[in-house]
Write a protein that binds this ligand. Structure first.
Ligand code: DGL
Length: 270
């Protein structure tokens, strides 16, 4: 009965946590590719190959449906995987669309023409690879017109969070927000376009100041997964057991995971 949740490292735990709260009876298999994080500075081919191999591991662990709880993989690899690789009977979904649907006030599956929406000036914070892909702007253009997006590549933030250095992560977030504000002084919405960033949500909100609506993915993805599984109950795979897999050092990864989940968990070697 398991669903797979993938991230390059620990960030996807923010999504896993929200999904576990929304669907408490659903077994979840988490795969963190910590040995190869961060993905945000890698080439698209590299991100594609790593994401395919991690997703295959999740299929092998009893999951028929895998959520790429990683914007970088969703931006750089998902489309290519869906077109060329995902085997019959399996599904791979990303984390972009639920976020963009929320931003553009759309229900799932509303494929009507792009229209004007309330937000006009959107700040996107994401990894260098996600920003370079322009996948966010592409998905947004299908749904909304007249939205000005300013993207800020937040180099170093994922590395600092993976290392557990939240003081460095905070300093980097503040400097990236300042850089964004020089390009767009008054955004009306900000997108945290990396699943590691909810850990820094308060810092983003504080640095952005009042009047900026901050969109973060975890709850939106959990809600959209619940909706998807209601429409496709057959996509809950045969796995019965929740587990946490990592390509990194399980003891080290388990100890860093506490800051995401606020409870002890035991990662196993993938
Ligand atoms: N959590 C991943 C994301 O959402 C981080 C990517 C990375 O490893 O750089 O983009």
């Amino acid at each position: 009965m398991a669903v797979g949740v993938f991230d390059s490292g620990l960030g996807g735990l923010t999504v896993l946590d929200a999904v576990a709260k929304r669907l408490p009876d659903l077994p979840l298999v988490y795969f963190g590719d910590n040995a190869h994080a961060p993905y945000g500075v890698r080439t698209s081919d590299d991100i594609y190959n790593l994401t395919v191999s991690a997703t295959q591991k999740l299929f092998d662990n009893g999951c028929d449906l895998v959520i790429l709880a990683c914007n970088t993989a969703s931006a750089a690899a998902l489309k290519r995987m869906q077109e060329n690789w995902v085997p019959e009977g399996k599904r791979v979904l990303g984390v972009f669309v639920p976020l963009i649907e929320a931003l553009t006030e759309r229900q799932w599956g509303d494929n009507t023409a792009p229209r004007e929406v309330a937000v006009k000036h959107v700040a996107l914070f994401a990894t260098p690879a996600t920003v370079a892909s322009r996948a966010f702007q592409r998905e947004l253009a299908f749904r909304a017109i007249g939205v000005d997006v300013e993207a800020q590549a937040c180099g170093g933030v994922v590395d600092a969070i993976e290392e557990g250095d939240l003081i460095l992560a905070e300093a980097l977030v503040r400097s990236h927000v300042e850089a964004l504000k020089r390009k767009m002084p008054r955004p009306d919405a900000a997108i945290l376009g990396c699943t590691h960033y909810p850990l820094m949500e308060k810092v983003f909100a504080d640095a952005l100041g009042d009047g900026v609506q901050v969109f973060s993915q975890a709850n939106l993805v959990a809600e959209s997964l619940a909706d998807y599984l209601q429409r496709h109950p057959e996509m809950v795979g045969p796995g019965m057991e929740s587990k946490f897999l990592t390509t990194g050092d399980p003891a080290r990864v388990s100890s860093h995971a506490i800051q995401f989940l606020h409870r002890p968990i035991n990662f196993q070697k993938a």
